[in-house]
Ligand binder design. Structure first.
Ligand SMILES: *Cc1c(COP(=O)(O)O)cnc(C)c1O
Length: 513
């Protein structure tokens, strides 16, 4: 197709904009999310042909099908840089089939061992190229600084993705004492001449609120533009440039399963996704929409089961719901921001309905979709939730019965897949290497309850030492290099700052000097 422009879910932008602009803007003016005017379709032959190509060529094919306004050779080059030796497996996201027939799509072979790498090894390249393209066209005359508040996984993946990219720098804020030993060291050891990391006194909410007030401070924005020619940007999970790389791996996985003879060409599969912000499962929905033979999308929740209740009742309600800390922290979310895109699509792109529901959500903390939309939701999605004890029990039983060690997020999905599976082969999205969550994996293997203290000698170990112990006591996949050397890598960033707007702004300014 030619250039495919982007509209927004709340119908607020004056005119559709091209991909390059949607990527650097991230969020639409008026609060909506960008979606492409056209969702391309692929025929079965096109999908199956992907299996013969290296992963980066598969990704380039899908991007081109979306009518991105960058030269085709440039898309090829960017994809080759995004999905190469920065991943520790040639397949990029290999599929492991367990003895019970479940197919595990391993999305954690990237540099930070979390599935966020699948998008964040790609988006920064396209962000940088998009900005350069807009600058050349005279539509942009400044650079960007990405500011990210993180509760753990996203910060490191974003740092690794944006490190040393042209025309953009990145600063990450994380709650001091609120991330694991491994996560802290992963961030504090980050290399690159355009990166900075701050620990913030307070919890994740303080971090996020601090970052938000900095984003909304117009006089600070003016000052950054004036003194440094820089605009702040967030590149968070609602950026279309983070969603599109995720569509790629579902289409790619289907072609792979057929090429391996595990699924008959054209036969349907079900996909089960451990869900938080609804980005990953939405990408699977787009893959289905494009023609991939996916029948049911199985949404797996932890104890924060707002999405499970929504899919089962049609009411999204957080008015009387406590936020629960679980062994799968990346799914500890109450407001799932990418759901807005899904509802926009299921209503036949009805921006008015979205405005009403999002307004209900912010005023009454709940909304209810109409019967027709609910029926459409039920036609594609099923859902269940797994509590924390069940999650750890699943890690243990899967290790014992299937000889496969999984992280707590993957375990939530695996358990829900076992409960809801029907006739179709099931593909489970595995979103983190077990060694990112060694403490809870250890609890699972030893039968220690979630939240219960580890024995003193174990609690005294660093994250790396604990992982070594787990690896030596099990036949689990080895600890990836990026996680194994953290105790001996020098820490570059040890600043601790207040969460006030002034303190964050001062830190940003000092970094940009
Ligand atoms: C981000 C994340 C998820 C949730 O993905 P969404 O796209 O937000 O639904 C699940 N597992 C892990 C390990 C993650 O980092």
């Amino acid at each position: 197709m030619g250039t495919n422009n982007y509209i927004d879910t709340r119908g607020k932008i004056a005119e559709p904009i091209p991909f390059t602009q949607a990527v650097v803007e991230g969020l639409a003016e008026g609060g909506g999310l960008f979606v492409p005017e056209q969702v391309p379709t692929l025929n079965l032959e096109d999908i199956l042909a992907l299996a013969k190509l290296p992963y980066y060529e598969r990704a380039a094919r899908i991007y081109k099908a979306f009518g991105i306004d960058l030269p085709e050779e440039e898309i090829d080059e960017l994809m080759q840089a995004a999905y190469g030796s920065n991943f520790d497996d040639e397949a990029i996201c290999p599929i492991t089939t367990l003895a019970d027939g479940t197919h595990i799509l391993e999305l954690w072979h990237g540099p930070t061992s979390a599935f966020k790498d699948m998008a964040l090894q790609c988006l920064p390249l396209f962000f940088s190229a998009s900005a350069a393209h807009l600058r050349e066209a005279g539509k942009l005359d400044h650079e960007f600084m990405i500011l990210v508040a993180t509760s753990g996984d996203t910060g490191k993946a974003a740092l690794e993705g944006f490190a040393n990219k042209q025309g953009v720098s990145i600063g990450v804020l994380y709650p001091d004492g609120g991330v694991s030993d491994i996560q802290r060291k992963q961030m504090a050891t980050q290399a690159g001449n355009n990166v900075y990391v701050w620990a913030v006194r307070g919890n994740f909410d303080d971090c996020q609120t601090g970052a938000k007030t900095v984003f909304n401070d117009e006089s600070f924005a003016a000052k950054l533009m004036d003194e440094h020619k820089i605009a702040l940007s967030s590149a968070n999970s609602i950026n279309w440039g983070r969603l599109l790389p995720q569509v790629v791996y579902y289409i790619s996985a289907y072609s792979e399963l057929v090429a391996r003879g595990q699924v008959e060409a054209g036969a349907p599969i079900d996909v089960c996704v451990p869900t938080g912000n609804f980005g990953n499962i939405l990408a699977a929905w787009y893959a289905k929409q494009m023609g991939t033979p996916i029948e049911r999308l199985i949404c797996a929740s932890n104890e924060n089961r707002v999405l499970t209740d929504f899919i089962n009742t049609g009411t999204y309600d957080i008015s009387d719901r406590d936020f629960v800390l679980t062994p799968s922290p990346s799914m500890d979310i109450l407001v799932s921001s990418n759901l807005e895109r899904q509802l926009f699509e299921l209503t036949g792109r009805n921006a008015e309905a979205i405005r009403t529901w999002m307004n209900d959500l912010s005023t009454t903390r709940s909304f209810r979709v109409d019967a027709e939309t609910f029926a459409k939701l039920r036609a594609d999605f099923v859902s269940d939730s797994v509590n924390s004890a069940e999650c750890l029990e699943t890690i243990r039983s899967c290790y014992e019965d299937q000889n496969y060690l999984m992280d707590p997020h993957t375990a939530v999905a695996y358990e829900v897949a076992q409960r809801l599976r029907g006739e179709n082969p099931v593909l489970v999205a595995s979103t983190a290497h077990w060694a990112k969550f060694g403490d809870n994996v250890y609890r699972a293997l030893k039968g220690i309850a979630p939240g219960e203290a580890l024995p003193e000698d174990v609690a005294a170990l660093t994250g790396c030492q604990l992982n070594e112990r787990i690896a030596s006591e099990t036949k689990a996949a080895p600890v990836p290099a990026g996680l194994a050397n953290l105790d001996t890598t020098p820490l570059r960033f040890t600043d601790v700052i207040d969460s006030s707007t002034a303190a964050i702004e001062q830190a940003v300014q000092a970094f940009l000097q």
